[in-house]
Design a protein. Structure first.
Length: 399
């Protein structure tokens, strides 16, 4: 199955513009606040037909995705930003007025994060970013909610990273090995990936320095929910270096925008990939597929799902809080009030789906105990299998 999805995390973009960290799950109206920050109407931010989520793709009238060149993407984005109506509530931000020249900076932020750039073996050092070490690699074991996608269209990889951390956390812990080149002050990590998800491991070595905003040192790309650990950021850097073949410690991040989340799982753990097209599979069969790769409701093989490039007839992605052309982690299955559910996580770490989802907590077995997982928090939600079939394009697993 040919799968390529990729949108940025607009909430990460909002933090870049506002130049501060925002705990979105604690905001009463997060979408409204994001709209205020970006000076863009809420519906326009999350509509894949607009260039915010990914400037270098254009959804045609028949729903097919056209990949644009960097110049075409820039023209399309600038055109959108010029003709949009000024947002009436920008001045209501709780933290005060926006930083100066936001209107001028927004296009560059989006294009630098979302438009693909050619591969290169020269250091990637954009003028608006600085490479620094932001913290400790691990504070504790790798957890499902740790990876938070940034303002880069690599949702497929961050969803895969979260799925692996959830289904097989020991792999993440054991994947990184100290390199002989590093030391305690400047650690160098050696990471293995598998080309096409098979064969012998291919190693790359990276330091803990990652690109952040030059003035504020705020996160730009992937980070951890735990503010003091950096393993998702380092794993994203290692993947960017491996995918682009960069020989320096400063790989080109935008070049990894867009990809296959099932393949990304296989590239992390090596294994056989299985794809299910949701349209041709019954809701019960999809639920059974997830259950067959789970133990005590929790996936034990990394699973992912992805949405259509544009919403299919009979659906409303905006009202359902489902994002088009986007990858999600599949965490397991649920049975609640005589209904079958599938549990997922948005790699944005927020913006969970709201249509036919259940409240409360979901219990999943972790090693020796049943852990309560809060739903509708950190991007995690439990959706009816029938609704999942309708709104998601496909589901996949790596074994």
């Amino acid at each position: 199955m040919d799968v390529k999805v990729g949108v940025i995390n607009p909430y990460a973009l909002g933090e870049m513009v506002a130049e501060r960290h925002i705990k979105w799950d604690r905001v009463t109206e997060p979408q409204k606040m994001l709209s205020d920050i970006l000076n863009i109407e809420e519906d326009a931010i999350f509509d894949i037909k607009n260039p915010i989520l990914n400037p270098n793709i254009q959804v045609e009238a028949d729903g097919k995705v056209k990949v644009l060149s960097e110049a075409q993407g820039k023209t399309r984005l600038n055109s959108f930003l010029k003709v949009r109506s000024p947002h009436p509530t920008v001045s209501r931000l709780a933290a005060g007025s926006l930083p100066a020249a936001v209107e001028a900076r927004l296009p560059d932020m989006l294009l630098a994060s979302a438009v693909g750039v050619s591969k290169s073996s020269t250091p990637w050092k954009p003028t608006d970013k600085e490479w620094i070490d932001k913290g400790d690699y691990f504070e504790d074991v790798a957890e499902v909610n740790d990876p938070i996608q940034g303002a880069l269209g690599d949702c497929y990889y961050i969803a895969a990273l979260s799925s692996v951390a959830w289904a097989r956390p020991y792999i993440i812990v054991n994947m990184i090995r100290p390199s002989g080149w590093g030391n305690e002050t400047n650690p160098i990590h050696k990471t293995n990936f598998y080309k096409n998800g098979t064969g012998s491991p291919q190693s790359v070595e990276v330091s803990e320095k990652v690109p952040v905003a030059k003035t504020s040192h705020a996160w730009v790309y992937a980070r951890s929910l735990d503010s003091t650990e950096i393993w998702p950021a380092v794993m994203e850097k290692a993947y960017a270096k491996w995918r682009t073949g960069n020989t320096t410690d400063f790989p080109n991040y935008p070049a990894i925008s867009g990809g296959d989340p099932v393949m990304a799982c296989a590239q992390l753990i090596r294994g056989k990939r299985t794809y299910k097209g949701n349209a041709g599979t019954s809701a019960n069969a999809l639920w059974t597929f997830v259950r067959g790769n789970s133990l005590s409701r929790r996936t034990v093989n990394p699973m992912v799902a992805w949405t259509y490039s544009s919403q299919p007839a009979g659906t409303n992605y905006a009202s359902a809080h489902v994002v088009a052309n986007h990858a999600y982690s599949v965490l397991g299955w649920d049975y609640y009030n005589n209904e079958k559910y599938i549990v997922l996580r948005n790699p944005w770490g927020t913006h969970h789906a709201t249509l036919d989802t259940r409240p409360g907590t979901w219990s999943a077995h972790q090693v020796s105990y049943w852990a309560p997982i809060p739903l509708n928090s950190n991007g995690v939600f439990s959706m009816k299998a029938a609704t999942f079939k309708k709104y998601f394009a496909g589901t996949g697993v790596t074994v």
